[in-house]
Design a binder for this molecule. Structure first.
Ligand code: KIV
Length: 408
């Protein structure tokens, strides 16, 4: 049946790079700050990247791909700042600290830059890639299959030799690569120390059935695959990035690469909001898979980026007749579950006489669980605003939280 799913999920399992203690847990890897930044007009300053990283961490993202450090000294600095701050700061109810990841082509210079940027994080990861499709190897790399396997193996081993124990490897354009060759490259990089194998559908070419089968085949045919996590990275050229990502998860991928609002090169990447909400509301059909994302923060986050969920809900307004008869006619997930139409269950109306406790309780209803110094700072600012206004609205609270918690 439609209807909002209200179940309490197990807590986030302990982080081990190449193993997830709970087989139903799916890691969310956000690449808004790397692949998303390639979207026209999405270039960000270092400070903007830091603010976005704070949002992603609050949202509960497991891995933040913070950038491509070899691409410019500024990007290296931005990734390093994120590693130092966000990569060491526990957040949320589970005190989770995200992995901070930097991208590198398969060469020493890139890998050195990525490691230099991420190594300050509590959980650093280097993500290295090389193309494996015939068309890319012949025309872009001008390398033979043998050369590509050797480079991949040597560069993963090189990252390991620097001290990095969490290494992601991507065979670029895997969606159009020869299967047997793909299994071989993956086998070699696992032996060299890769802990996550990311399978990119770089040009967004595959169909959901096909992509699901690709993941299932890799799982069944790659020697040593039980010692690594399989990941998806789906582009949206045919409008199938979310569908392909879900098909990949169903077939055994336990890391999904996404971006906020699906931003990215060309038609974009799989959207974090769509993937996470689809997994939440079709959880049963997906065999009980779950993520560590705090969906109550989704609308806030997405609105912050000029958002999607409001659009998702606008069509529901047109379907009001059915909705009034039975919510389940058109509503597949409750707006509250993703932080929209927040109920004021406590009935608290905030004003200048409200205390810290009232403010904290109301913020909890928004999905924000803050205490200690963070609460002190927000409360101080709240008092200043409340002095000037009779009543503090939800929008005032949102602005307050964004200013106090996320701005550098
Ligand atoms: O689309 C792609 O192939 C990539 C890889 C580097 C993961 O972005």
């Amino acid at each position: 049946s439609g209807g909002a799913l209200k179940c309490s999920l197990p807590s986030r399992p302990e982080y081990i790079p190449n193993h997830i203690p709970d087989p139903n847990y799916v890691r969310i890897f956000d690449t808004t700050l790397r692949d998303g930044e390639q979207s026209p007009g999405a270039t960000m300053t270092s400070n903007e990247k830091l603010v976005v990283a704070r949002h992603l961490s609050r949202l509960g993202v497991d891995i933040i791909e913070a950038g491509f450090p070899a691409s410019s000294p500024d990007d290296l600095d931005a990734v390093r700042s994120i590693a130092i701050e966000v990569g060491n700061q526990p957040v949320g109810e589970d005190g989770h600290v995200p992995v901070i990841c930097g991208l590198a082509r398969c060469n020493k210079k890139d890998i050195d830059a990525a490691w230099e940027a991420v190594r300050h994080a509590k959980k650093p990861r280097v993500h290295t890639f090389i193309a494996t499709s015939e068309i890319h190897m012949q025309h872009k790399l001008r390398k033979t299959r043998e050369e590509v396997v050797n480079i991949a193996r040597e560069m993963v081993a090189y990252a390991r030799s620097l001290g990095c124990q969490d290494i992601e490897f991507s065979p670029e354009d895997a969606g159009r690569s020869d299967r047997e060759f793909l299994y071989r490259v993956l086998e070699e990089v696992i032996k060299a120390g890769a802990t996550t194998l990311n399978i990119p559908d770089t040009v967004g070419y595959t169909l959901p059935y096909e992509f699901g089968k690709l993941i299932a085949d890799i799982k069944a045919n790659t020697p040593g695959i039980e010692n690594a996590i399989i990941s998806t990275h789906c582009q949206n050229d045919l409008g199938l990035a979310t569908a392909n990502t879900l098909a990949g998860a169903y077939a055994g991928a336990r890391q999904l690469e996404v971006t906020v609002n699906g931003i990215g090169e060309r038609a974009g990447n799989a959207s974090l909001e769509e993937v996470v909400v689809a997994m939440k509301c079709r959880q049963e059909l997906l065999g009980g898979l779950y993520t560590g994302i705090n969906t109550k923060h989704i609308s806030w986050q997405a609105r912050w980026w000029q958002s999607i969920p409001d659009c998702m809900y606008s069509h529901i307004k047109l379907l009001l007749d059915g909705m009034l008869k039975h919510k389940g006619t058109y509503e597949i997930i409750s707006p509250e579950d993703i932080g929209l139409s927040r109920s004021n269950e406590s009935g608290i109306v905030l004003g200048k006489l409200s205390g810290r406790h009232a403010l904290r309780s109301r913020l909890l209803e928004f999905g924000y669980d803050i205490s200690g110094k963070e609460l002190d700072d927000v409360f101080k600012r709240f008092k200043e605003v409340a002095e000037k206004k009779k009543r503090i609205t939800d929008e005032d609270l949102e602005a307050l939280i964004s200013d106090e918690i996320f701005q550098p």
